[in-house]
Write a protein that binds this ligand. Structure first.
Ligand SMILES: [Zn+2]
Length: 135
């Protein structure tokens, strides 16, 4: 779905943003014109015009390490209704992200398949005003 958007950096016509292979850890899409990297998060919502308060993130460890190095990636947030009938794409530039929007979750319990694994959630409240709707 992010392919429908123009690259936020080079502003070329849509279709320059292409998906990276799943083993590529830090980013999900790259612009095949200018090399711009971005992360994509998808979430199902009831109303695509309303930003959710939180969105499920990924592994906390690598995120924490990147933040302590001051590294943030641009974020594309794809909101879709459960039946996929409607969707919206929001964008958050890397330089507008803040540490408090990344909130670690409780480590998975001993009985879980990935015991001890810790994820994080995106808290969108502190950056609500910085999120731009692209579509
Ligand atoms: Zn580009």
């Amino acid at each position: 779905m992010v392919r429908e958007c123009s690259c936020p950096r080079c502003k070329r016509p849509p279709k320059t943003l292409v998906r990276l292979p799943p083993n590529f850890k830090c980013a999900d899409v790259i612009c095949d014109f200018c090399g711009y990297l971005g992360q994509v998060k998808a979430s199902t919502v009831r109303d695509i015009d309303q930003l959710p308060k939180t969105v499920l993130g990924a592994a906390w460890g690598p995120q924490q390490e990147r933040m302590s190095s001051g590294i943030y990636f641009p974020l594309f947030l794809v909101l879709a209704t459960k039946d996929m009938a409607a969707h919206a794409i929001y964008y958050l530039a890397a330089d507008l992200q803040r540490a408090e929007m990344f909130v670690p979750r409780k480590p998975l319990s001993e009985t879980a398949r990935r015991a001890g694994w810790t994820g994080f959630i995106y808290n969108l409240e502190p950056v609500r005003a910085a999120l731009v709707r692209l579509r």
